[in-house]
Design a protein. Structure first.
Length: 349
């Protein structure tokens, strides 16, 4: 804020309100947080002032009338934000990209400065409380894989697998998940959502790339299963090539290492083993979003930092594999290397 000469920062994207103010916004509601340059903070929440949040002052607005949700909530909250900014004589204000911020622009003549890149950068380093939430999300994935090993067999429907894995995640979390249970639940392909009436077939590979979200923080890791528990020699050789990538990543990754260099080394490994390079990114950061900084992808030039949490998800796909193989671990960057946060089995059987 000092560098950008901001009088205040106003955020309305739920993840940013959560990050700065420790308040998770219900998906039907809107909220906002304002941080002033003197360190004071203000928050607006739906229906009643939120308690136990990181704000000096909390106000509320009516998010519903007679049990009906109001569609104009962004405009209502923006009016409150514009009012408090004006009352405290803030003129140059940093804002994120959110429905609230767009309404602030319409309702005021404040000098608004985009701060999303700053927020993304701040969110890279995970604090202990963030790691605790991510580790619980990861425990959900472990339970999901354990359930998958029990039910995946020829004839099982992809929608049944999805339903059973969702139940395992919710039971492990002890509460509903805070985002759609996304990622991949398809067999005999490179991935995708579960398909209606699609049953797993003998000889296919079943990619499960799981991303449950616990109290706003995502896990993201992947395993693959031979539907009949009898992988072919071709499938086993491909699995070994993919699995070897984790040794490469773990030997290279530490603070100060360029993600492009990790990608280039993995790409060379695939070229030597399979005659062609990586078909997609090697991995990506994860936290309040399933994809965030750092990017193990040559389209970006990120450098690893202590406190980053990233995934490594090498994969190979093709008709000869009856689908594909994608394995994915999550890593925490430490002072001198990385810690694997996903120590559960990688085997296909």
């Amino acid at each position: 804020m000092a560098e950008l000469k901001l009088d205040a920062v106003a955020v309305g994207w739920p993840q940013h309100v959560y990050y700065l103010g420790a308040f998770w916004t219900h998906w039907l509601h809107q909220s906002a947080l304002v941080l002033f340059s003197d360190g004071r903070s203000w928050m607006a929440t739906a229906n009643s002032p939120a308690k136990n949040v990181a704000a000096d002052e909390v106000v509320s607005y009516e998010a519903q009338w007679n049990a009906t949700q109001r569609q104009e909530q962004p405009a209502v909250v923006a009016q409150l934000v514009a009012g408090v900014l004006t009352s405290r004589r803030a003129t140059r204000v940093g804002v994120d990209a959110s429905p609230i911020s767009s309404q602030i622009a319409l309702q005021s003549d404040l000098d608004l400065v985009p701060i999303d890149p700053v927020m993304w950068d701040l969110r890279r380093t995970k604090d202990d409380d963030e790691l605790a939430l991510m580790e619980q999300a990861i425990r959900c994935t472990q339970a999901m894989y354990e359930r998958a090993r029990q039910i995946i067999e020829p004839g099982v429907l992809e929608t049944h697998v999805f339903t059973e894995l969702h139940a395992a995640a919710v039971e492990t979390a002890g509460e509903p998940l805070s985002a759609y249970l996304g990622n991949d639940y398809a067999c005999g392909s490179g991935g995708g959502p579960p398909r209606k009436d699609r049953a797993a077939k003998d000889g296919e590979l079943y990619i499960l790339d799981l991303g449950p979200c616990y109290r706003g923080y995502f896990a993201d890791n992947s395993r693959v299963f031979a539907v009949n528990r009898k992988p072919t020699d071709v499938q086993l050789r491909a699995w070994e090539t993919v699995n070897q990538v984790f040794g490469i990543v773990e030997s290279m990754a530490k603070p100060g290492v360029r993600c492009r260099d990790i990608f280039a080394t993995v790409d060379q490994h695939f070229s030597l083993k399979r005659g062609k390079g990586m078909p997609h990114h090697v991995g990506h950061g994860v936290g309040l979003q399933p994809h965030e900084y750092p990017h193990l992808n040559p389209a970006w030039d990120d450098v690893l930092r202590q406190g980053d949490v990233f995934t490594a998800e090498p994969g190979v796909y093709g008709a000869e594999l009856a689908g594909g193989i994608r394995l994915e671990n999550q890593y925490l960057v430490t002072s001198n290397g990385v810690e694997n946060l996903t120590k559960f089995p990688l085997e296909m059987v």
